[in-house]
Design a protein around this ligand. Structure first.
Ligand code: FRU
Length: 497
């Protein structure tokens, strides 16, 4: 009996051991498969854990800094830190250690960073100005206890180019006046009044504050209660200027969730004038930075001069925490150069992929196989305004399709049948966007990565960004409505570094 038991238990443990080894190997295999299938080539993702909004971006000494809403311990939203990455070209990113950790005042929500070159804050060392980060601290306890003043604005400073940060000991710098949604400060330097200007999302509007030292802030004005979309809470605003025909115009963006044109999260914008105190829009039309479902909370880099570069979170709060990536969740959009354009005297914000994203070997293509083992760009040029579609598919019958619907005058991306979608009933959908340009010809630039499509139409007047999760690479292309010749579909590969 004893012998039997011993033998039995030996066999039992041997089987259990081999089962565990096998289980571990196969889960490793699925993780590796998941990485290979879904980790993008040219879009930033956190190494592991959760990411949402991009935060605190600035350019210094040729290095672009990107911070982001980050929960390192799980792949769903949780106690927020600021993750950190750097890049020289906005395409290839290097992971840096986590930059800012929650403290007794709360979690580190979204915000911005500025180079305080003249040391107006007095937080620099040896006569050199610091980098100052300005963000919301969200007090979880306060929220749980049913108070309403749990979001306050704090600052932290770095004297080693954004690598390590110290909390300012006078935090918070703006106390909550008794408003539940009071967050996401975006700060810039306003040369006209020689002041720092903060744009803050306050429930259904933005509020502007000014400061001469980044520590003491005065409220200037509110904007937006009666304009734009109000189907959700305003979040992550931005205010920046752009030149058009040698005049300066101001652009105010405000993300909103829900209420986007294709459901859930999206970013609206207004164009007008800002005098350091008030923002006056020059139109009452509601306009969207991106009509796709997956570009949220985008803001611009500090320190890029007249050039304005923005990047968004490439997801949507409807399903962001359910998408089928295993080690991490979410990517950022491709960084985009912003500019202004007009149509019948109406101003629009245009976005195009940053010029650093270079492609080469443009080749005319027809129906058939495409080499999808690296990111690529599809260009449609000189197409007379007419119906067309391009479908990318795999041999599992999964596909993503984009095109122009002439009857409706709309562009679309259809991801109804693009692979995994059961994680959320709203994911599989066709998204549409108005054609804004009045040009008689369509020009389209489409960037395809493993799990994303970014469509820039008519030199950036209409933009759509959508994510998708096929079970195999989409490597077959089918074109409808395009005749090769004058109208061309060109495919180019990303230029190697
Ligand atoms: C937007 C947002 C912000 C907030 C952050 C929290 O996606 O809700 O308003 O600061 O995410 O992670």
């Amino acid at each position: 009996m004893y012998y039997f038991n011993k033998k039995f238990s030996f066999t039992f443990f041997a089987i259990l051991f081999s089962f565990l080894v096998h289980a571990q190997n196969s889960s490793k295999q699925t993780v590796e498969k998941n990485e290979a299938l879904y980790r993008p080539y040219i879009h930033f993702t956190p190494k592991k854990g959760w990411m949402n909004d991009p935060n605190g971006m600035f350019l210094k000494d040729g290095i672009y800094h990107l911070y982001y809403q980050h929960y390192p311990d799980e792949t769903v939203w949780g106690p927020m830190h600021w993750g950190h990455a750097t890049s020289r070209d906005l395409i290839h990113w290097e992971h840096r250690p986590i930059a800012i950790y929650p403290d007794s005042l709360g979690l580190i929500f979204s915000g911005s960073a500025v180079m305080d070159e003249k040391n107006s804050s007095g937080l620099g060392v040896n006569g050199k100005g610091p980098i100052v980060a300005i963000f919301t601290q969200h007090n979880m306890e306060g929220e749980k206890n049913g108070t309403i003043d749990f979001q306050n604005q704090s600052i932290a400073f770095s004297n080693d180019n954004g690598e390590t940060w110290k909390m300012y000991n006078g935090n918070p710098v703006i106390k909550n006046p008794g408003i539940k949604d009071f967050r996401d400060p975006k700060v810039m330097w306003h040369e006209g009044t020689k002041k720092w200007i903060m744009t803050l999302a306050v429930k259904n509007k933005v509020s502007f504050y000014s400061s001469s030292n980044l520590k003491d802030w005065n409220k200037e004005s509110d904007f937006g209660v009666e304009l734009g979309s109000h189907d959700g809470v305003w979040e992550c605003p931005d205010l920046f200027s752009l030149k058009y025909n040698n005049s300066i115009y101001w652009v105010l963006t405000s993300s909103i969730n829900p209420g986007g044109p294709n459901k859930g999260s999206a970013t609206q914008y207004f164009i007008g004038n800002f005098d350091g105190h008030f923002f006056k829009p020059n139109s009452s039309k509601t306009k969207w930075v991106d009509y796709g479902a997956d570009n949220y909370a985008g803001v611009t880099w500090f320190g890029t001069g007249e050039r304005k570069i923005s990047m968004g979170w490439m997801s949507n709060w409807i399903y962001a925490q359910q998408v089928p990536t295993q080690n991490w969740r979410s990517a950022t959009t491709i960084a985009r150069d912003l500019s202004l354009g007009t149509i019948n005297n109406e101003f629009y914000l245009k976005s195009m992929p940053v010029k650093e994203l270079a492609f080469e070997n443009a080749q005319k293509i027809k129906d058939g196989k495409v080499n999808a083992q690296s990111p690529y760009k599809l260009n449609i040029t000189n197409l007379d305004l007419k119906e067309f579609s391009v479908t990318l598919s795999n041999d599992l019958g999964e596909s993503i399709c984009f095109g122009y619907d002439q009857k409706q005058g709309k562009y679309y991306i259809d991801r109804t049948n693009a692979g995994e979608h059961n994680f959320n009933s709203e994911f599989a959908a066709k998204h549409i966007a108005p054609r804004i340009s009045e040009s008689k010809q369509i020009n389209l630039e489409v960037i395809i990565d493993k799990t994303s499509i970014e469509l820039f139409a008519d030199n950036g007047f209409t933009v759509m960004t959508d994510i998708f999760f096929p079970n195999k690479t989409l490597n077959t292309i089918k074109i409808k409505g395009l005749k090769m010749g004058k109208e061309n579909l060109l495919l180019s590969k990303i230029k190697s570094k």
